[in-house]
Design a binder for this molecule. Structure first.
Ligand code: BGC
Length: 775
């Protein structure tokens, strides 16, 4: 939920104290009253000492994570905090407000334990970067780092200590609206991004003043909800879980994520929020996680609706015993835990275990040293939170152009000449809210450069604009989208008749040399709770494209969407297709950079594009079959749908360029690999075209025969390279045993002897291969 607050001058620390804080970062004025006996440098002794001094009610208060906003007005929140009944809040990135709340904790509460402040910082903070799928399309860890560092600096400067991110749920089902938030379908790519984001947000623990703690989410398997319907159940074999869905969470935790947010779904019959196997055996025991586990919004109470708790009391009992340290956005722990302890149903040790993690996280956020470390001093409060000077536009533009994927480019339609007359049409051509994408909680749509503005910046008067169509003509859908609790109205309808809008667009197209059609989804269509049964463009937009095609002018589709769409029809109609996802505040400029060739696109799909919704789930790394469909040799009794060709329309890893690249055959340093040894696999990649450009060289491995069914191939490494026209580079990958390991039927991670096929290419399908044997 997005909320924002106006600045208020009400804060209560004296200016003398604040002046002291400004010059000396260590907080000394209001350190917890009960602690001086123990040195702060020994984390566990310090926390044990604090715990020993807290009452049961104070302990339970620490486990409550409350949203600032309509749920509870700020004055009431301050009183609750002063009474020791709240441990942290989320949804406020307003320094005066957070200062007021921190004052209540450090001055008015008995224990003076500081609060922490959390916020959803998913793909940028004030500076909205491309959505997760866009960032993943860059396959560029410098881009990911740039987003995470920029976001951490901005969010910490806005008094946030923690973010509920990265969101690393693997999704193989684009019907799921939250696909947009994640980084796609591949365990390796998503894990690389997960690590990079955690490092960028928080660095090592304890985190610094310009960092925010990362709480990785949604643990676990949220992206595998049945049918892609949000909040639906998840049923999955352990092997698939370990092999494909769990690695990114693990990667984030191994990178040091201080927090975990627990998923809303159930897993094989047990909700994550009451799943002791998940939260204790796997997370804490196997993986060694030592941070804080927070529930998702209202998830503990939802245990009653899952039907595993008969009432809220039982829900609280289940959750605390499971190891859910903080209860988000409700009072269920506050209400129920004291009684449960008194009746002996919950032990004080169970309460202490949770409180220890909350205090530990506060310690790691540096809050005991200085509760105001990110709130700062009033004199430094920004006068205008949304000021343009606070934004990192160059970084956002760089990330945006690197997140764009060129899907089609017939007859070299792109890049366009800046002297060409361009007609720009489509409901997303001038849609500042949609540029931001889903979960851009602190993003301001007024800061968005729309495609229309970006094109005007690039070619001025050579642009002719006509809206051409509404997002959809289905008023029920518009009602749904506007019901989402956002900047209002989320979707604005042009009141003219569809035919009149199309007629205007046709007129514009006739005056132009080329037509750019900006189509796709409004951001609310790819959001939490926005699942779809169709992946088609809405009819209103399809009609517009067809009308544009009928003018005979070259058609460039600029897609804005938060999930793979089914584009068979559009593939036939369009001359060029650019998948831009939601590009963030600099999107219009970045897309113009690509359209006019100031930047040569190099994005690669992090998720497969199905031909139609019926193919779902479709993912490149699927298990081998006894009767696989063989391309080029269709036949009965092989695994296929008979109405459509098999396979993705655009496969994982795919994306073309304005230049051409040639990949040589694979060279291996050896045809055999001894245990503990390495084989080097290399190819020579040459830019055979006329322009400089980047591409992503991808390494896949196939285990030819193993004790269990293995995928047809799995991504194991990748390298992004830049090549000038005519230039070639040798790209070397090291293949070691680690890259050959998988979870066997006993869930042991092993590399089994036998033959492996190394596959290298510029997407997951067009690869060169060579075999070697592991001894
Ligand atoms: C979402 C989380 C989010 C939380 C707090 C929930 O509805 O599922 O991803 O972090 O709200 O805003």
């Amino acid at each position: 939920m997005k909320l924002s607050f106006k600045l208020s001058p009400s804060f209560s620390l004296s200016m003398a104290l604040l002046a002291g804080l400004a010059s000396a970062p260590a907080f000394t004025q209001t350190a917890p009253a009960a602690v001086p006996a123990v040195s702060m440098s020994d984390k566990s002794a310090f926390i044990a000492d604090l715990l020993g001094k807290m009452t049961l009610d104070e302990k339970v208060g620490q486990l409550r994570l409350i949203s600032i906003g309509p749920e509870m007005p700020i004055a009431q929140l301050a009183d609750e905090i002063a009474a020791g009944r709240i441990g942290g809040t989320f949804n406020s990135v307003n320094r005066p407000h957070n200062r007021q709340l921190q004052d209540a904790a450090t001055q008015r509460s008995r224990m003076k334990i500081p609060m922490f402040f959390a916020f959803d910082v998913i793909h940028g903070h004030r500076t909205t970067f491309p959505i997760g799928l866009g960032l993943a399309s860059s396959w560029d860890m410098d881009v990911v780092t740039s987003m995470a560092r920029t976001a951490a600096k901005e969010a910490s400067a806005d008094a946030a200590d923690m973010t509920f991110a990265p969101m690393v749920d693997i999704s193989r089902d684009p019907r799921w609206g939250r696909t947009s938030e994640g980084f796609g379908e591949d365990p390796y790519l998503v894990s690389e991004i997960a690590k990079t984001v955690v490092r960028g947000f928080q660095g090592k623990l304890p985190i610094g003043p310009n960092n925010v703690m990362a709480a990785v989410k949604h643990f676990a398997l949220y992206g595998a909800v049945e049918g892609g319907r949000d909040y639906n159940t998840v049923d999955m074999s352990p092997m698939r879980m370990y092999q494909d869905y769990l690695p990114p969470y693990r990667a984030a935790i191994d990178a040091g994520a201080g927090g975990v947010m627990v998923a809303l779904n159930s897993i094989n019959g047990v909700p994550a929020t009451s799943n002791t196997w998940l939260m204790q055996d796997l997370l804490r025991k196997d993986w060694g996680f030592k941070g804080v586990a927070v529930s998702d919004h209202g998830a503990i109470v939802e245990l009653t609706r899952h039907g595993v708790a008969k009432d809220e009391r039982e829900a609280a009992k289940l959750a605390i015993k499971t190891g859910i340290d903080m209860s988000m956005a409700d009072s269920v722990y506050l209400k129920e835990l004291p009684g449960l302890v008194k009746s002996g149903e919950v032990s004080m040790t169970e309460i202490d275990n949770a409180v220890r993690e909350v205090l530990g996280a506060k310690y790691d956020m540096g809050l005991f040293q200085n509760p105001y470390v990110r709130i700062g001093v009033a004199a430094d409060d920004p006068p205008d939170l949304k000021a343009d000077s606070r934004l990192s536009r160059p970084a956002a533009r760089d990330a945006a152009r690197k997140s764009v994927v060129l899907l089609e480019n017939r007859n070299n339609t792109l890049p366009l000449s800046k002297t060409a007359k361009v007609a720009l049409v489509g409901p997303l051509a001038d849609a500042p809210i949609d540029m931001l994408g889903s979960w851009s909680a602190a993003g301001d749509y007024k800061a968005s450069v729309t495609l229309r503005t970006g094109l005007v910046n690039a070619i001025g008067k050579n642009l002719i604009y006509a809206r051409g169509a509404n997002l959809t003509n289905d008023e029920e859908i518009v009602k749904y989208l506007n019901y989402l609790n956002w900047d209002s109205p989320e979707v604005t309808q042009d009141k003219r008749a569809p035919a009149a809008m199309i007629a205007e667009a046709v007129k514009a197209a006739r005056r132009a040399d080329v037509v750019v059609v900006a189509v796709g989804e409004s951001r609310g269509m790819s959001h939490e709770s926005s699942s779809r049964t169709s992946l088609d463009l809405p009819q209103s937009q399809r009609a517009l494209i067809t009308a544009m095609k009928a003018t005979g002018k070259p058609i460039v589709l600029v897609l804005m969407n938060g999930r793979p769409l089914a584009l068979q029809r559009e593939q036939k109609e369009a001359d060029a297709i650019l998948e831009t996802w939601y590009t963030g505040i600099e999107g219009g400029n970045a897309i113009a950079d690509v359209l006019f060739g100031d930047y040569n696109p190099a994005g690669k799909l992090p998720i497969s594009f199905p031909r139609s919704v019926g193919q779902i789930p479709i993912y490149y790394n699927h298990p081998r079959l006894g009767r696989p469909f063989t391309p080029g040799k269709p036949g009965n009794y092989t695994s296929q749908y008979f109405e459509e060709p098999n396979g993705a329309l655009y496969p994982f890893g795919y994306g073309i360029s304005y230049t051409d690249f040639n990949v040589s055959d694979v060279t291996l340093s050896s045809a055999t690999m001894a245990r503990g040894a390495k084989v080097e696999a290399s190819v020579t990649v040459k830019n055979t075209g006329q322009r400089g450009g980047e591409t992503v060289v991808q390494l896949y491995i196939r285990d030819v025969a193993a004790s269990v069914v293995r995928p047809v191939k799995e991504l194991k490494d990748f390298r992004k390279i830049m090549l000038k026209p005519g230039e070639e580079k040798v790209v070397r990958f090291t293949v070691d045993e680690e890259k050959l390991k998988f979870f066997n039927a006993q869930l042991q991670r092993v590399a089994e002897p036998g033959t492996f096929t190394v596959q290298i290419g510029l997407d997951s399908e067009a690869v060169k291969e060579k075999n070697f044997d592991l001894q």
